[in-house]
Design a protein around this ligand. Structure first.
Ligand code: GAL
Length: 432
């Protein structure tokens, strides 16, 4: 489904308002009680990079086939992705045969998945990874394959029998918003009834927004993550529109995120064709701040060392996966700079400074630590590390001091602030 950003580019709201949200609102809602996604899901999902390519004659290496997922699983293990935390190998649309079988069960396209999904799941499991699959709450998937409407129990059981570990449930071709809401809830319960642990990834709010504001309290009770906004494309325009939508709507959505349930701003497109280095840094940094599922859609068999290093950056992943599970937010917009922040466990904070300009050179921006808000780690002092674009220890800072940053156009500087008491004379260098 295509939702437009509507050209709205609202700035961030003020610190006090955001902080109040964070302190009072988070985790008001119960999470889906399946014990899964206690931190945002990490893995790989085929859609943005491979889309609905079903032509295995012409393009055997990039069509949607068991080979693609097996190769991706192999590389995830051999090239450090699994070790970095990427665990789910996920199939998106276009895996199905055009018809259900004679018992009404979905079946994989027999040419492209000769061993069926069950064999693929065993293969993926043998690598210590998990398998995700895709279906749709309506009469057809977005690409026109069989939908699950009228078959929720059968499909949930089929996925469980096959050994599937995650379901992305799309919302195309649904008759009414009432059916959509009922369908998303029903499928959640059906998955639970199978007794298998299956992460449930929804697009429920995305399809609800055109009608009314989604009920995020309910959505969190049924889904492990949920897409709010339009599909990500391999372009800066697209990544930017997702960030703009998120900051404009943060008061409505960040309360809902927490262990067990996450806002999903869609796939990471780092390592593809459309983003410059600085824009890739921005996507990684902000997906960490937003506590977003990290589902890469790229070709892990052919990826630059630079993109791989960024995607596997353990300090940035640690922010994304922080056990406190609070989603960050945009604190303020000042001219061409946006400051985002996220509270972390052990009184640490992540701070991201984005340069919104698409012209000129790097912008210098000074953050007065006190302007980050009372709750922030630097009272009375903190140790600051810059994580992106390069890792650098910036040293000790006090409550009344300033952090100077320099940010490339469309890029982001990501910082981690750890609370520390300063003791030695050299540590007070930034305090005076
Ligand atoms: C879209 C969905 C995408 C992808 C696609 C498949 O609506 O938002 O993420 O799954 O359908 O057809």
């Amino acid at each position: 489904m295509k939702l437009r950003s509507g050209g709205r580019r609202l700035g961030c709201v003020f610190a006090r308002r955001c902080l109040a949200l964070v302190l009072c609102g988070i985790l008001g809602a119960e999470a889906l009680d399946n014990g899964l996604a206690r931190t945002p899901t990490m893995g790989w999902l085929h859609w943005e990079r491979f889309m609905c390519n079903v032509d295995c004659q012409e393009e055997p290496d990039s069509c949607i086939s068991e080979q693609l997922f097996m190769q991706m699983a192999d590389v995830m293990v051999s090239d450090g992705w699994k070790e970095a935390g990427y665990e789910y190998v996920c199939i998106d649309d276009c895996w199905m045969a055009p018809q259900r079988d004679s018992s009404g069960r979905l079946q994989a396209d027999p040419q492209r998945f000769p061993g069926g999904i069950e064999r693929l799941a065993s293969y993926v499991h043998s690598k210590g990874l998990k398998l995700g699959i895709y279906a749709d709450v309506g009469n057809q998937t977005c690409a026109g394959f069989p939908g699950s409407f009228g078959y929720y129990d059968i499909d949930a059981q089929t996925f469980a029998d096959w050994g599937v570990d995650l379901l992305k449930f799309d919302g195309c071709h649904c008759d009414s918003i009432k059916h959509l809401v009922k369908g998303y809830k029903y499928m959640s319960l059906a998955l639970n009834r199978t007794g298998r642990s299956i992460v449930y990834s929804c697009e429920w709010p995305l399809y609800t927004w055109p009608f009314h504001k989604p009920n995020y309290t309910k959505i969190r009770q049924y889904c492990n993550h949920w897409r709010n906004f339009a599909d990500v494309y391999d372009s800066w325009e697209s990544v930017k529109s997702i960030l703009d939508w998120t900051s404009s709507n943060q008061e409505k959505i960040i309360n809902a995120a927490g262990p067990g349930g996450w806002n999903d701003p869609d796939m990471l497109v780092i390592g593809n064709f459309g983003l410059s280095w600085d824009q890739q840094v921005t996507q990684m940094a902000l997906w960490a701040i937003m506590a977003a599922p990290l589902l890469m859609s790229n070709d892990l068999r052919h990826i630059s060392l630079q993109a791989k290093t960024l995607l596997q950056d353990k300090d940035v992943i640690a922010i994304n996966q922080d056990p406190l599970g609070k989603q960050g937010y945009c604190l303020r917009k000042e001219g061409n700079i946006e400051v985002w922040q996220r509270p972390l466990s052990n009184l640490a904070w992540a701070v991201a400074v984005r340069n919104l300009k698409e012209i000129g050179g790097p912008l210098s921006y000074t953050i007065a630590i006190a302007s980050l808000g009372q709750g922030v780690a630097c009272n009375p002092g903190c140790f600051v590390t810059q994580l992106l674009p390069e890792k650098m220890k910036l040293g000790f800072y006090g409550w009344t001091s300033n952090i100077r940053t320099r940010v490339n156009p469309t890029g982001t500087v990501l910082l981690r602030l750890e609370q520390r008491i300063y003791t030695t004379p050299e540590t007070i260098i930034h305090i005076l």
